[in-house]
Design a protein around this ligand. Sequence first.
Ligand code: DGY
Length: 319
Amino acid sequence: MKPNIFVTRPLPGDHLERLARIADVNVHEGGDPSPAELERGIAEADGAITMLVNPMGRGMLSKGKKLKIVANYAVGYDNIDVAAATELGIWVANTPDVLTEATADMAWALLLAVSRRIAEGDRLVREGKFDGWKPDLLLGRQVYGKTLGIVGMGRIGQAAARRAAGFGMRVLYSGRRPLDPVLANELRAEYAELERLLRESDYVSLHAPFSEANRHLIGAEQLRMMKPDAILINTARGALVDERALADALKRRTIAGAGLDVFEREPLVEPLLLQCDNAVLAPHTGSATRETRGEMAGLCVDAVIAALQGEIPRTALNP
Ligand code: DGY
């Protein structure tokens, strides 16, 4: 009998066909599975490909009596209890590297969109309110030569830093530890404690993974440290930021703007943020390029096949 693989959403590209040659692939259609549907799928599965919205805590993982692997279709894996999976003998894999450039691009797209008020301009034109060139129409902020503060200098943070060179920017970064000096030098990035980074940066871009330890890493106190003309960008995880405190800072203009691709309670967006015209909001599409989403599927399928064949998946988080 072929192994059973539960996939919680249809995936872009044709990688699942590769999997279907060696396994019965059960793709959940019609949106995210409910907790009961997820539990049923996991209970019958030898392997699963999950999305970042599928909560895979200890209880859910332990329903998988013959489950060998959970391959998460994301680089972030805060939806999975990796320690519990390890205890239960289940591999957990993610999709590193392939979404680095796409996500860094998204951070920059938001940074430029907020600085140059692109979304406001789009609304103005569509509403028929563009009545000709004016010296002071939608004045934005110069990006060139400013200071970019990167919080979390992993692969995506580094890719964001590389892009800053083209804009003649000074780069500060904070993280668990300073980078190797050769790499820091190549990125022209200087290590700073979070407080200094917040006080000195014109742009603060978040690239840290989420864990309970850094919930609301950016709260009211940290927002108060930022410059009044600073812009906050978040393409990492929504819960890194206290959204109500952010909405308050945006409303009172104690910071100048924000570009957000992620939200604390997705798909809900804090209603106060929706009222802020100095925020550009995107629906968690940081990695959403055809190329990247296809490669993410490829990595998940590779990981499942490896686990079914008794090998260590290349992208395993708990080898
Ligand atoms: C991730 O991979 O963690 C992103 O949030 C979605 O691609």
